[in-house]
Design a protein around this ligand. Structure first.
Ligand SMILES: Nc1ncnc2c1ncn2[C@@H]1O[C@H](COP(=O)(O)OP(=O)(O)OP(=O)(O)O)[C@@H](O)[C@H]1O
Length: 220
């Protein structure tokens, strides 16, 4: 089986108490799944563990069939992962919107002309032309979310970890983003409180509890 991401018995503790225990799941190539659950249950923590920003208490992570153990392994794996943070203020770095969207491409070593072309294409795709010459830090919450998402998508990562991608978006933006994510030929893991939104996009939805991930069945 072609597997993009596999978690085996992942557990995480805060102050000697388990936040969650024995998380097991795998994402096949180009699978799109969602994780839902109440505030504070550990959804963001799980995404951070997958991307190496937090360390699990125990368990095993495999990305594209490679065991990810050391910081070096995570560094390599992170090049294949695009992580949209819950709070776009944690993601946006540069004061100009276009420069911010281009930042990841610069880091990946693309040449200037290619970067400009890719950034323009992404701005058109997300229909955020009206934001492209604005000051990043003065944007509204929803606008920041769109710009942060543009900066992730433009790098075309193999695995997308999207933490609350629809939060703060108006219906029109939410619909557009939903369609874009749905059309992506990538592996996508979405954390969300918006069940209606993820139902349109994902093939499976899991509920995170302290005792693990449980598939939500009979979604209509
Ligand atoms: N650095 C930290 N130190 C101590 N506790 C933390 C830290 N970061 C997160 N937590 C705690 O871990 C728990 C899980 O947080 P997390 O952000 O993963 O939850 P979540 O399921 O994503 O919640 P939400 O739906 O509200 O975004 C929370 O109780 C939070 O207070």
């Amino acid at each position: 089986m072609s597997c993009s991401l596999k978690l085996t018995n992942i557990s995480y503790k805060i102050n000697d108490e388990y936040l969650f225990e024995n998380i097991n799941f795998h994402l096949k190539h180009k699978d799109k799944i969602a994780i839902i659950g109440p505030n504070g249950v550990g959804k963001t923590t799980l995404l951070k563990i997958i991307s190496g920003l937090k360390k699990a208490e125990s368990g095993e992570i495999e990305i594209f069939h490679e065991k990810i153990v050391t910081e070096k392994d995570f560094e390599r794996a992170r090049k294949k992962i695009g992580f949209l943070f819950q709070n776009p203020d944690d993601q946006l770095i540069l004061p100009n919107v276009k420069d911010d969207i281009a930042f990841g491409l610069f880091n990946l070593g693309f040449v200037k002309n290619t970067i400009q072309q890719k950034v323009e294409n992404m701005i058109n795709k997300l229909q955020i032309n009206h934001l492209s010459n604005k000051i990043t830090f003065k944007l509204s919450g929803g606008e920041k979310k769109l710009v942060a998402l543009a900066g992730i998508l433009v790098c075309e990562p193999d695995i997308l970890l999207l933490d609350e991608p629809s939060a703060g978006l108006d219906n029109k933006s939410m619909e557009r983003i939903g369609e874009i994510i749905k059309e992506l030929d990538k592996t996508v893991l979405i954390v969300s409180h918006n069940l209606e939104f993820v139902k349109q996009i994902t093939s499976k939805i899991y509920h995170l509890t302290q005792s693990g991930l449980h598939e939500v069945k009979n979604l209509k």
